[in-house]
Design a protein around this ligand. Structure first.
Ligand SMILES: *Cc1c(COP(=O)(O)O)cnc(C)c1O
Length: 355
């Protein structure tokens, strides 16, 4: 705290990202990164783009990337917005679309960045409790509120809301923007249960995705939003009032190559899903209760072991998982799906701890 801080900065409670430990030896299962590297074609594209052109500003519209994303998702380029990670895309959406006279609605248990954006932008919000089994009941959003944001699959639960339910919500709330944050949707397939096909029928739908998880590019910082052109235009207006060049030349080149390498994407997603199913079975055998996950992480609790104690015991064995000291979920651990070797190390450590 300093007397030089603005009143707004004094009032903020910033988001706390999962630890990025500097010790290379740790088994890092705390921030939902992909255990597999990016496509070799991405690395080649980055190497090729690392040239004298870096003295020039990038294309402020990132047109090549918008075209690639539009092609992959069967929408028009003017229905695509791109940003420096989906966190930035979400931030712009909060200001451009979700800040309304009536409060923004989101679940009591969800991505903890949402309330942070609300405080930054002075957005009133109302949290809507998940059901007792940690599911979203769309009826709870049918009245009140000026806009809605849902992560699907939800974080940190990993639970998926069906497309039929999302469509019911879009129809019941044609008066309000419904933002679906699909950071983990690619791990819910195949076929991938994305809400993107609903865009053409629903002018109030904005879908946000990221290359950080399923495309193994958390370090490159690329995210995007898809929606009908008027919603995208609102995002462009905020972006062009903030930073005209959110994506650098390297980010654009790498992201285009990642979107184009569909085979690698499918293969790595399938491997993560396979490891998840194996891990869920092994954890259940150790007595864990695991929520049904369609993401690249699982949310689990053990009826006889305190979650914070388990997290500390894993940490002492060089394994980092995420624990949230928050109401209703303080007895859960969120564990990212690692490589097979990392999953095996986790299970071996838990076997030792639980006995
Ligand atoms: C990881 C994550 C994001 C943000 O990812 P970026 O790396 O900023 O693209 C957004 N929403 C949810 C729910 C996430 O878990």
């Amino acid at each position: 705290m300093s007397k030089y801080w603005s009143p707004l900065v004094r009032s903020l409670t910033p988001y706390v990202p999962g630890e990025q430990p500097q010790l290379a030896k740790l088994v890092k299962l705390n921030t939902n990164e992909n255990p597999y590297g990016p496509s070799p074609k991405v690395l080649a594209a980055l190497a090729q783009a690392a040239n004298d052109d870096l003295r020039l500003y990038p294309d402020p519209e990132a047109r090549l990337l918008k075209q690639a994303i539009a092609g992959a998702h069967g929408v028009a380029a003017k229905q695509v917005f791109v940003g420096n990670g989906s966190d930035e895309v979400l931030a712009h959406a909060f200001l451009a679309l979700l800040k309304q006279p009536e409060p923004l609605l989101f679940p009591d248990i969800t991505y903890s960045f949402y309330p942070v954006y609300c405080r930054l932008y002075g957005i009133d919000s109302r949290s809507v409790p998940l059901t007792d089994d940690f599911q979203i009941a769309v009826e709870d959003y049918f009245s009140g509120g000026g806009a809605i944001i849902l992560a699907n699959p939800n974080a940190p639960t990993g639970c998926l809301l069906g497309l039929d339910q999302i469509e019911r919500l879009l129809e019941a709330r044609a008066d309000a923007v419904v933002l679906i944050d699909e950071a983990y949707i690619d791990f819910g397939g195949p076929p991938i249960p994305t809400a993107v096909p609903l865009i053409e029928r629903h002018p109030n739908l904005l879908v946000v995705q990221t290359l950080s998880k399923s495309r193994s590019l958390a370090g490159l910082r690329v995210g995007f939003a898809l929606g009908q052109a008027p919603l995208i235009e609102a995002l462009e207006r905020v972006k062009n009032s903030f930073n005209s060049y959110p994506l650098g030349r390297l980010a654009i080149a790498g992201a285009v190559a990642a979107i184009e390498d569909q085979a690698y994407f499918e293969q790595t997603c399938a491997a993560v899903i396979d490891s998840r199913e194996h891990l869920v079975r092994a954890l259940a055998a150790l007595g864990f209760a695991v929520l049904p996950s369609q993401a690249n992480f699982i949310f689990a609790r053990h009826p006889r072991h305190d979650a914070a104690t388990l997290a500390a015991a894993l940490r002492a064995r060089g394994i980092v998982v995420r624990h949230f000291a928050a109401p209703r979920i303080e007895q859960f651990l969120r564990i990212s799906i690692g490589s097979d070797a990392q999953c095996a190390a986790l299970l071996a450590a838990l076997q030792e701890i639980i006995v």
